[in-house]
Design a protein around this ligand. Structure first.
Ligand code: COA
Length: 260
């Protein structure tokens, strides 16, 4: 596959994957999600020599500012559920990848961007990073695993607050809550990720693969939480409120929700 929105650079066995849509703050449009699916499903598994993968965003302003809201306008309940299921499957490929995958996060990691970072095994945040799940501002819920993984990382209480308010948190709070592993100066995120990958590369590769599998097994995937997210995401994308929320974002005005 010819990648349009992903940049791939490999050095010393470490592959850096950059989401490259800087003018849209690296928002995950359908094409980018398809490219991620191909990369983690087909391309990366063939690169057996890799120590690991770093996922980052182009430019200084954003890691990824979410799913591409400009593609949202023709969603309905059925298409919304399909979109959620597809996004979850792509992010499962990352979470289940047999080599370590580290997110290097600068700037905004919102919505699908926060979900992408959470699907990676570890997260290094620049001190300028901002995390959040602002989907409720559009009248929908996270659909790429965010409702489940946020709870897994930071616990039900704080996760419910962030999911309900759509509030953003800074890097230090993300560290305190356990959402990120390290906070470093903004220009040091990739280097810190490389340092960790080089350390892990000295360990037994089968052991590392089994760590990934067994840590994932703790959460008993494919059970109700993720299925419930698909159903609820689909439900919210079928509402008038969602159409109003997405239109308001694009028209740069406040949404007027009616609860319909
Ligand atoms: N989808 C599509 N386009 C997006 C986007 C998204 N999720 N996030 C940002 N963009 C686009 C903006 O529309 C804008 O494009 P334009 O120049 O053609 O108008 C460009 O990226 C820059 O964003 P802008 O909003 O002008 O930057 P800002 O500094 O004022 O605000 C954010 C930055 C991240 C706070 C703001 O862009 C935002 O709230 N984005 C949406 C976040 C979100 O709700 N994500 C979850 C989606 S489910």
């Amino acid at each position: 596959m010819q990648y349009e929105n992903l940049l791939i650079a490999e050095e010393d066995g470490i592959l850096t994957l950059t989401i490259n849509r800087e003018s849209a703050l690296n928002a995950l449009n359908t094409r980018t999600m398809q490219e991620l699916q191909h990369f983690f499903g087909v391309d990366a598994p063939e690169r057996s020599h890799l120590k690991g993968i770093i996922v980052t965003g182009a430019g200084k302003k954003a890691f990824v500012a979410g799913a591409d809201i400009k593609e949202f306008l023709d969603l309905d309940a059925e298409k919304g559920a399909e979109m959620s299921l597809f996004g979850q499957d792509v992010f499962f490929l990352i979470e289940r990848f047999h080599k370590p995958v580290i997110a290097a996060v600068n700037g905004f990691a919102l919505g699908g961007g926060c979900e992408l970072a959470m699907a990676c095994h570890l997260r290094i945040a620049g001190d300028d990073a901002r995390f959040g799940q602002p989907e409720v501002n559009l009248g929908i819920i996270p659909g790429y695993g965010g409702t489940q993984r946020l709870i897994q990382y930071i616990g039900k209480s704080k996760a419910t607050e962030l999911l309900m308010t759509g509030d953003m948190i800074g890097a230090e709070e993300a560290l305190r809550l356990g959402l990120v592993n390290h906070v470093v100066p903004p220009d040091a995120t990739v280097d810190k990720a490389k340092e960790i990958l080089n350390k892990i590369a000295k360990k037994g590769p089968i052991a590392i693969q089994k760590i990934i599998e067994t840590v994932n097994a703790y959460f008993q995937y494919d059970e109700d939480g993720f299925a419930s997210e698909v159903a609820s995401f689909g439900h919210t994308t079928g509402t008038d409120d969602f159409r109003e929320g997405a239109a308001a974002f694009i028209e740069k005005r406040k949404a007027a929700f009616k609860g319909k």
